[in-house]
Write a protein that binds this ligand. Structure first.
Ligand code: ADP
Ligand code: MG
Length: 352
């Protein structure tokens, strides 16, 4: 056991459940007008301030969603918050509160939980959201973190997945594929380390993609940018599972088809060079990889001029009728590939 080997570490039993909740949450304070009551009572109280309330939840399980062998606990806490805020941003909402439920085995000392909560606090400060509650239970196997995010949005600004119309443009924020390649680097260096613990990991020169994997950011800034541009997307989703799967969600819920142009997918240079190193097609990393937490949305074609030169956004495709399906126009040709949840299928011939 960790605490037996390290006498300076405190077992959870030393504080007890209530002492532990107090210890973990006392550094948090409420900053949002909508947060009327936070941790400490039977339930939190939230004032929606005449807006609609958006609620979303996500669970991260040790061994399924993260590996403590190479994910620092502080990063884990930060990322757990960010992935939930990203869901609120994907509705065009403003995140305001989170709840944190944690199931933890007693092999975790208090100091490990402190690290997770330090990451959670960093994200709360960075995104101006309040921790207003949660739950604490024990787990027999590993660590489970469930985050719930609450956000607000005026009714007429909410953007759902089902509003894309034929003729709309498909737009994505930022760049894609980096988080997946960051994970490839972490897994490669982790297996090198397991094979020979004396080997130093070679992480230098991969900062951007490692950060995309370990410390992703939620695009809560996009709402304000689009507002300034006077654009309200017709549909929107965040890129958590990969571009291909998100395109399939938008098209299925909007009952349309989508044309994606491979050559328009935005990449950071580091993503391209690292993909090359792993003999991967960067487009495949974007389509399949996921965890980029950018926003994918559709806008009316009439909004083209407002967004065409904006550095934060790339126009990567357009919306067609449902019968035409979801296809990617391959780089340097007009050949089409079927978009599938796994990426894309064999070349289908071309379209005029
Ligand atoms: P109950 O038994 O009524 O569910 P708890 O003891 O679970 O009460 O929680 C007491 C208070 O502490 C509540 O406000 C709850 O939201 C908060 N809380 C419990 N666990 C956590 C946690 N891990 N992180 C943040 N707040 C928590
Ligand atoms: Mg409880």
């Amino acid at each position: 056991m960790l605490e037996e080997k390290n006498p300076q570490l405190t077992p959870i039993s030393a504080l007890g459940e209530f002492g532990m909740i107090k210890h973990l949450t006392e550094k948090f304070s409420l900053t949002n007008e909508s947060s009327l009551l936070g941790v400490g009572d039977d339930a939190a109280i939230i004032d929606p301030l005449d807006q609609k309330v958006l609620v979303s939840t996500d669970t991260l399980i040790e061994g399924v969603h993260f590996n403590l062998g190479y994910v620092p606990l502080k990063h884990l806490g930060y990322k757990a918050v960010v992935v939930n805020l990203s869901d609120i941003a994907a509705m065009n909402g403003t995140p305001t509160q989170i709840l944190v439920s944690i199931a933890v085995s007693n092999r975790f000392p208090i100091e490990a939980l402190d690290e997770i909560y330090a990451g959670i606090k960093l994200a709360c400060d960075r995104y101006k959201v309040d921790l207003v509650g949660g739950d604490t239970t024990s787990s027999t196997s590993g660590l489970v973190l469930t985050l719930t995010a609450i956000g607000l949005c005026p009714q007429d600004q909410i953007v759902r997945r089902d509003g894309a119309k034929q003729g709309d443009l498909l737009v994505v924020s930022g760049d894609l594929g980096g988080a997946y390649l960051g994970l490839q680097i972490l897994e490669r260096e982790h297996s090198v380390f397991l094979a020979n613990p004396n080997m130093q990991p070679e992480m230098q020169g991969f900062d951007y993609i490692l950060e995309r994997q370990l410390k992703p950011e939620a695009r809560t800034d996009v709402k304000a940018i689009l507002k300034t541009l006077e654009i309200l997307p017709t549909s929107m989703i965040d890129v958590s599972d990969g571009l291909a799967s998100e395109i399939l969600h938008l098209s299925a819920q909007s009952k349309v088809g989508i044309r994606l142009y491979e050559e328009k997918i935005p990449f950071d240079t580091m993503t391209i060079t690292t993909a090359d190193e792993f003999n991967l097609n960067p487009a495949m990393c974007a389509l399949n990889g996921g965890e980029d937490y950018e926003l994918l949305f559709t806008i009316a074609a009439a909004d083209f001029d407002k967004i065409k030169n904006h550095p934060d956004f790339s126009i990567i495709g357009h919306v067609v009728e449902q019968a035409q399906g979801n296809k990617m126009v391959l780089r340097g040709s007009n050949e089409l590939a079927d978009l599938t949840a796994q990426g894309w299928d064999a070349i289908l011939g071309s379209e005029d």
